[in-house]
Design a protein around this ligand. Structure first.
Ligand code: T4K
Length: 405
């Protein structure tokens, strides 16, 4: 790495990049490649490639165990899993959810003709605020769908009370929550059902994949039927289903990635500790932390940048890091309510969501990110934030010189 001694050494101002190879957020947890190929070969040898094959069933069993629930239905992705759940639960009208999430949470329901109603967050947790949810319930509300943002559990007890008091369904988008607990109980068992994502970028991946987990036998049966064209038994459909199945190749990856889950979490935790020590005491930067009394997967390393203190907006820090070949992600910015179609169709102001969405940045972590990578990333972050006003001023000067003839 080229040491940054003055701000002209930053790559954004023409210096050399700190990394030769790009560092990414969301590198897949692949696990033991040989084991993956063994599983795929086994499926090929047996010529059984999809439709609830043995690998998908094994994957479901292992996910159910991890989530502490009786039933798991694997799917082709989590977006479809949310839709299957909405159909199987006969949701209608309005669904209350956070805006500070990946757009899939909202789009999944919107695609079914349901109306996402965005609710503000508790700024201290980033998760939806149960008191505000209660105030947002109308006679058209059929469900509440909180998101365990970045794997940090929502206020599950309070949501359960609100849902029961108003007789609405409660489902969680647990796309980030595999292997995490709330009050010592695994995410997966809260509400009537929860949905995991096994996208390539998740802590356990099946290339693409998802699952609905639940203790409700009837709900699980209906989801299993709907995700296979509505075939409850045999080849006669009992309702209009869809194809939402997980393939055997995906399950082979999912199982292999699950084999490496504990190791991945250990590595994530070590990375989290490294970031904490490297960035300690840096004014205007906060690392989103995890409750040490719970089990966490430490999959997302999120920092909040307070531009009023640092003199650098999150977007500029992101640009600085990108120039150094550190590809961060602005998870989740802007909030869904500030994106189409929701922005035009149902304008709403969510002050806490909007403020936090301006601050958050996901930094690289995961098994492929080394201690040395983290040290280098943190050096750039510290260097930039400690000279925040100067860096911002220099960028603004450059922009002005480009627009002034
Ligand atoms: N609910 C929530 C709360 C979610 O966060 C998500 C998905 C869903 C529901 C829906 O789940 P799925 O239907 O996808 O199962 C990524 C993922 O595509 C998305 O699954 C995930 N959340 C979201 C948080 O992250 P992007 O748009 O950031 O993806 P992309 O392609 O830009 O990749 C992100 C980073 O990962 C890059 O740094 C590159 C790296 N990467 C990506 C892929 C695909 C790799 O290193 N290897 C890869 O194979 O959304």
């Amino acid at each position: 790495m080229t040491m940054k001694r003055n701000i002209g050494d930053l790559a954004i101002f023409g210096g050399s990049s700190a990394f030769l190879q790009t560092l990414f957020v969301g590198r897949p947890n692949v696990g033991d490649r040989a084991r993956f190929f063994d599983r795929v070969n086994w499926a090929l040898d047996h010529q059984w490639l999809t439709n609830g094959g043995p690998l998908a069933r094994e994957f479901e069993q292992r996910v159910a165990e991890l989530a502490g629930v009786r039933y798991c239905v694997s799917t082709c992705n989590a977006t479809t899993a949310l839709q299957l759940l909405a159909r199987a639960a006969d949701l209608s009208g309005e669904i209350i959810m956070p805006s500070l999430t990946f757009p899939a949470t909202a789009h999944a329901f919107r695609w079914l003709g349901l109306t996402p109603v965005f609710c503000d967050i508790d700024p201290t947790t980033g998760c939806m605020d149960p008191a505000l949810v209660e105030a947002a319930i109308t006679p058209r509300t059929s469900a509440i769908v909180p998101v365990h943002l970045w794997g940090r559990p929502c206020a599950v007890d309070q949501f359960a009370k609100v849902a029961a008091a108003h007789d609405v369904k409660l489902f969680y988008d647990a796309a980030h929550g595999l292997g995490c607990t709330s009050g010592g109980l695994p995410i997966g068992g809260f509400g009537q059902a929860e949905v995991f994502s096994f996208h390539a970028t998740k802590v356990v991946n099946s290339f693409e994949g998802g699952a609905v987990v639940t203790d409700d036998e009837e709900l699980a049966k209906r989801i299993r039927a709907i995700h296979n064209f509505g075939f409850a038994q045999g080849r006669v459909s009992t309702e209009a289903g869809i194809n939402g199945k997980m393939t055997e190749a995906a399950a082979a990856m999912g199982l292999t990635s699950l084999d490496a889950f504990e190791e991945t979490v250990c590595q994530n935790k070590a990375n989290y500790d490294s970031y904490q020590s490297e960035l300690a005491g840096l004014a205007g930067l906060k690392i989103v932390d995890f409750n040490p009394a719970e089990r966490n997967n430490y999959h997302y390393l999120i920092v909040e940048i307070d531009a009023a203190v640092t003199g650098v907006h999150r977007d500029l820090l992101d640009d600085v890091l990108k120039s150094e070949k550190v590809m961060c992600q602005r998870y989740f910015s802007p909030g869904c309510h500030e994106m189409e179609p929701y922005r035009s169709e149902q304008p709403v102001t969510l002050p806490h969501t909007e403020q936090l969405a301006q601050k958050v940045l996901a930094l690289p972590t995961g098994p492929t990110v080394s201690r040395e990578d983290i040290r280098r990333v943190c050096d750039i972050v510290r260097f930039t934030l400690e000279r925040g006003h100067e860096v911002t001023h220099r960028v603004n000067e450059r922009v002005e010189s480009m627009v002034t003839p």
